[in-house]
Design a protein around this ligand. Structure first.
Ligand SMILES: [Zn+2]
Length: 136
C-alpha cells in the first residue's frame, strides 16, 4: 500500500517536472551530483526498509530476502563509492567547493574566573573583565 502510494506520488512528480520544465525553465540549473546520488541512496535505504518489513510479515522467503538484500547492499556500495569518487575529485565541475572553514579549537577559550566561552583569544574576559589565558 505504501509502495503504491509512493509510486503514484513519484509518477505525479515526474509528470509534473516533465510537464513544467521545458517551458518554465529554459535552462535548468545544474544539479549537484551529490543530490542525484543522495536520492539514489535514500531510495535504496527505503527499499531495504520495505524489504525488511515484508520479510518480517512473512511475505518473503529467507532466500529471496537475503538475495534482494545483497543486491541492494551492492547497489548501495556502488552509490557510496561514486560519492567518494566525486568527493575525491573535488566535485568541482558543478559546485564550487565550500570555502575553507576557519579552524576554531573545539574548546575555544574559557574564562578561568567565570567560565564564559569565546571563539577567539581575549586578553580580558568579555563577561567578567578578568584576565584570561588559553583554556588548553
Ligand atoms: Zn570571565
Amino acid at each position: 500500500m505504501i509502495i503504491a502510494i509512493t509510486c503514484a506520488v513519484a509518477i505525479a512528480v515526474i509528470a509534473f517536472i516533465l510537464g513544467v520544465r521545458p517551458k518554465d525553465i529554459p535552462q535548468p540549473e545544474p544539479v549537484s551530483p551529490f543530490l542525484h546520488l543522495d536520492e539514489r541512496k535514500a531510495a535504496i535505504y527505503e527499499n531495504l526498509r520495505d524489504l525488511q518489513f515484508e520479510f518480517r510479515l512473512g511475505k518473503l522467503s529467507d532466500d529471496d530476502y537475503q538475495s534482494t538484500k545483497k543486491d541492494l547492499q551492492k547497489e548501495l556500495a556502488r552509490v557510496l563509492a561514486e560519492v567518494d569518487k566525486i568527493k575525491n575529485a573535488g566535485g568541482a565541475s558543478v559546485q564550487p567547493p565550500p570555502p575553507a572553514k576557519v579552524v576554531v579549537p573545539p574548546t575555544g577559550f574559557i574564562c578561568p574566573a567565570c567560565g564564559a566561552k569565546f571563539p577567539t583569544a581575549l586578553k580580558f574576559c568579555g563577561e567578567c573583565g578578568k584576565p584570561m589565558r588559553l583554556a588548553q
